[in-house]
Design a protein around this ligand. Structure first.
Ligand SMILES: [Ca+2]
Ligand SMILES: [Ca+2]
Ligand SMILES: [Ca+2]
Ligand SMILES: [Ca+2]
Ligand SMILES: [Zn+2]
Length: 443
């Protein structure tokens, strides 16, 4: 059932230091693998005292023992626990596969079992949101914005499922026209602040918001509090665990912050690893991402997501066009580390997300196979560029191909290109360097 992602030492390192702590002994445990689904990740308001967090973790740990789970505190297999089956796509999904996820909001009264030790109680999310926003037409777009933003950053396409049959939560499973893959719900968890929400891992993905926590009544900055909670919780719903240290730079830190809006670099890198970039699968000219008749453009938030990914972009050029193109790895060195067993955050160690793949660049002719130009002089962390590439086959679709190296990890990158008319604009002889030709023509 689980993919053998951890066989590559670099992959292990990447998961270990980017996203979440791995329990060294846990990766062989089926019980621990099941923890992905049945043990939700819990998230706290900023400023929650450490002893409250520790008590909560102790409480969850005892409640999870009844499920024979190996560990609550280490939501392992961060990138293994991506969606393998959705209502729209069916099964067979794996690392780097683009995925369609539907989402719905459960009707009030939908049964929600105890996820983190709170009493089971029906959902009251809709009435709670109505009390803050007035009506569904006002609050639903807040959630839509969150999913739209995630969808801009990696290979998941989000579709709102207007139906939800109220099946007991969690884990009913998405069915098109019946209920979403990801179902949003809420009931009382621990009163104001402290725990804000919790979320189940794929393939469940369901969210339980603490209702009626007064944290959510502040809807300033376009409901940034609610949006960052939902974006963070759904990060778990995509398969991400918590990311440390606590320095308000990563959406998946265990404490909510409004220091930024939505997913940040580390979160984007992790989800590109899991779901590819938003143009997947664009591995061949036949399946290329179409840029159309561009003159100049930069396409950001791209990625090479493993050791086999190739990204191909098609561009339409006119007669006698010349292409300039640059691919630039995107990253930086930052502290990254696991969440500790008591819920506190580790200090982390430096991780360099700029130097993961040594990128290479090629331009292919209108036949999609003949190489016109290539660049691979730069090493790790370096851009590759080609200037003045003559698109000599005339008007048609040409292809820019980006590849990485044998590293089975994700590298974020961006592509810039411009297409201009050839310098050979005229045929009157004035462009010739031959003086006699010029002299002859002037006579
Ligand atoms: Ca709370
Ligand atoms: Ca890609
Ligand atoms: Ca690709
Ligand atoms: Ca290179
Ligand atoms: Zn969380």
């Amino acid at each position: 059932m689980r993919r053998p992602l951890l066989q590559q030492p670099l992959e292990f390192l990447l998961i270990l230091i980017i996203v979440i702590g791995l329990s060294p002994a846990a990766d062989a445990s089926e019980d621990a693998a099941r923890a992905d689904i049945t043990a939700p990740a819990v998230c706290f308001a900023s400023g929650t005292p450490a002893e409250v967090v520790e008590q909560a973790y102790e409480r969850f740990a005892s409640s999870y023992e009844s499920h024979s789970l190996a560990s609550l505190m280490l939501p392992n297999y961060v990138l293994n626990s991506r969606w393998t089956s959705t209502a729209t796509d069916g099964g067979g999904l794996g690392q780097g596969d683009p995925t369609t996820i539907t989402w719905s909001v459960v009707p009030d009264g939908t049964s929600i079992s105890s996820g983190v030790g709170e009493p089971p109680a029906g959902s009251s999310l809709r009435s709670f949101l109505d009390s803050i926003y007035g009506d569904e037409a006002t609050w639903l777009p807040v959630f839509q914005q969150v999913f739209d933003r995630w969808g801009e950053l990696m290979g998941v396409t989000y579709v709102y499922e207007p139906n939800d049959d109220g099946s007991a939560l969690p884990g009913a499973g998405g069915i098109v026209g019946v209920r979403g893959d990801v179902r949003l719900s809420g009931h009382p968890i621990d009163g104001n602040y402290g725990i804000l929400a919790y979320n189940y891992y794929p393939n469940w993905g369901d969210m339980v918001i603490d209702v009626p926590d007064s944290f959510y009544t502040n809807i300033s900055s376009n409901s940034l509090r609610l949006r960052n909670v939902v974006a963070h919780e759904h990060g778990h719903g995509l398969g991400l665990g918590h990311s440390c240290p606590l320095n308000q730079t990563k959406l998946m830190e265990p404490y909510l912050t409004t220091a930024f809006d939505g997913p940040q670099h580390d979160d984007i890198l992790a989800t590109n690893r899991a779901y590819g970039d938003r143009f997947e699968h664009d591995d061949t000219p036949a399946t290329s991402a179409e840029l159309g008749a561009v003159s100049s453009t930069t396409v950001d938030t791209l990625s090479i997501d493993d050791n086999a990914d190739t990204d191909v972009f098609g561009l339409i050029a006119g007669d006698g066009a010349v292409l300039d193109v640059t691919v630039t790895p995107i990253g930086t060195t930052y502290l990254a580390g696991p969440q500790n067993g008591d819920g506190s955050c580790s200090a982390g160690t430096p991780f360099d997300s700029l130097r993961i793949h040594d990128l290479a660049l090629r331009v292919l002719d209108v036949d999609g196979t003949t190489e016109i130009a290539s660049a691979d002089l730069g090493g790790l962390g370096d851009p590759e560029d080609l200037t003045g590439v003559d698109l000599a086959s005339g008007a048609g679709e040409y292809y820019v191909e980006i590849t990485g190296d044998a590293t089975n990890s994700a590298q974020l990158l961006e592509l810039s290109l411009s297409v201009s008319a050839s310098l050979e604009l005229f045929s009157d002889g004035f462009e010739s360097g031959n003086l006699s030709a010029w002299s002859d023509s002037s006579l």
